[in-house]
Design a protein around this ligand. Sequence first.
Ligand code: AMP
Length: 278
Amino acid sequence: MDVVRTRGELRAALARLPRPLGLVPTMGWLHDGHRSLVRRSRDENATTALSIFVNPRQFTSPDDFTRYPRSEVRDLEVCAAEGVDLVFAPPVDEIYVPGFDTTVIVGDIAKPLEGSARPGHFDGVATVVAILFGLVGADRAYFGQKDYQQLRVIDRMTRDLAIGTQVVPCPTIREPDGLAMSSRNARLSPEARAAAPAVYRALRLAADLHDAGVRDAATLREAMRSVFAAEPLARAEYVSCADAATLVELETVDRPALLSVAAEFGGVRLIDNLVVGG
Ligand code: AMP
């Protein structure tokens, strides 16, 4: 497994690795969700590259950036065990070169939900992914549906900017109790970890109501809110039932819908979603 840090080293390594090439962009602290993206890439490509870069531009609080879990030693062990061919782990100034002065801003799809809860977040995401796509030139790139809106934002950007990398969506991997795997879970206290499955319970309740025939979106949002209200350690930030294509809030669920939530557990912010009616 090659581990490279600079643009030059990356270019040299890519020149000697066979195509097609799959890329798995991550912020490290790798877990089974990341592993599933690597496995999918290995199934579909001759070479799998994984990037590890905690992107300062997508954090909306400096504290959150500083406290984001990091362990490169552990991540490199996971990559080696999963058969990753190339790890790109650049320092910040290899991504944002001296004088860097460009921001990629995606339109409407980036505005609601995470875009409104974390202003500027998707500008940071779209910018770093555009740079990674430019540097790596992968045939395919793998993203988790756990970050549904991120996937939609990147898909939009890739089409609009005629980037020749195909964006491949991959299913959300969960703990046995339903909690979506996330690097941020490492920061949960034991009490917060015990409370955190409320996120999935809320989504599941709304999805079950939908499957039982409830089509009033306000009723589904209220059901999700009631789960958080019953969990003293949870602080719901938003609950949403939106058009899965546009992410505009629905009144009536008469098309595929994205149920999504953001909630804090003891200061750790978690997001998750389920698509219904798809
Ligand atoms: P992150 O390191 O959190 O930026 O995530 C890197 C990639 O892994 C993104 O495409 C995420 O959507 C994806 N990912 C994160 N958690 C999961 C999960 N539980 N299941 C599937 N994919 C995930």
